[in-house]
Design a protein around this ligand. Sequence first.
Ligand code: G3I
Length: 360
Amino acid sequence: MFKHFSRSLSLVAIITVVCGAQSLRQAADDAGLLVGTAVRPHLFSESAYTQTLAHQYNMVEPEDAMKWPALRPNNSTYDFRQGDEVVRFAQAHRMKIRGHCLVWDHDNPDWLTKDHFTARQLSRILHEHITRVMTHYHGEVFAWDVINEATDENGKVRDSIWYNQPGIGLSEKGTAYIEQVFRWAHTADPHALLFYNEAEGEGLNRKSDAIYSMMKSFKRHGVPIDGVGLQMHVPAIDADIDSIAAEVFANIARLTALGLQVHITELDVPLTVEPDGAVRPSDLARQAEMYRRIVRACLNNAGCTAIQTWGFTDKYSWIGSHSHHTRGAALPFDQTYQPKAAYRALLEELSAGRSPRSDH
Ligand code: G3I
């Protein structure tokens, strides 16, 4: 009888953690923080996907639905259907929407990259795109990744169609074209928060130093920018988690000291996956620790206001298809939407809120 009673109690405990009063969303709401995930609107027909999403998150970001290939079938047409689906879902579930991304060198439609536009034409096309898209989502998208991954690993402005191939007329003038797109974005929607989003500049290195200098200069020159998005695609295996966490904390601290917000925008922690799909339990534990320490580094900086993962279930993640399925299992929920150790680490950290913890 006692055995039955204790078994029922532990069952109740499990149910409470998984789908009861406590959720990432509730913990984040209590901490005054946004917890989000990238989403794919064609999956909204899957009930486990939408139920987990609405229960666990207070923010969404379209993974691909607001990129150029989705929005711009050709030079004269806009197709907002996929993006609008994300907006409708978010509004129905009282979630904030981050927009991603207005300017990127990568994943642009053929008509844009292969038609040999002049710098003057590209400038007009980009200005019009930013204005039209931000006007369409005015009052719905609260924050935009205005420009994505504009810096290379040495901290130099990356060669790109928008910078110098042929660029929008500010070729070889360093960050001037980046300033220009922020000014266009601010005019298009003065109420939206505007972010510079970047990969591999989360810790302390040449790239993050360059981004910090650019931000300092933008603040000095009155460029309308509100924050930096740190993508945070961080493998856990063979990583020195202590030093990564300390560097991420320090980087967030110096950026927020400039009066900028930081959003963690694309957190995922890929693991080695065996051909049969198996991952090592010890790797899952290290992954959880990485999630815990990254979230803590954010919570320990008041200006870090959002934590977002790049998807939430291992069933759907960019990592598998981009690594011939040798890596994956990067997200807080497994392929059957069961919470992993990474989920529990996230929940514990968010529940502790911003109360200071000694290690970063
Ligand atoms: O839209 C076509 C679709 O028409 C076609 O049927 C399908 C067949 O494969 O491909 C679709 O395009 C794919 C698109 O995602 C939408 O699903 C592209 O091939 C694919 O390359 C694209 O990958 C995305 C990638 O960015 C490039 O845009 C990933 O889903 C997305 O996770 C990834 O996200 C980026 C962030 O935007 C920036 N930071 C890095 C991050 C990971 O690479």
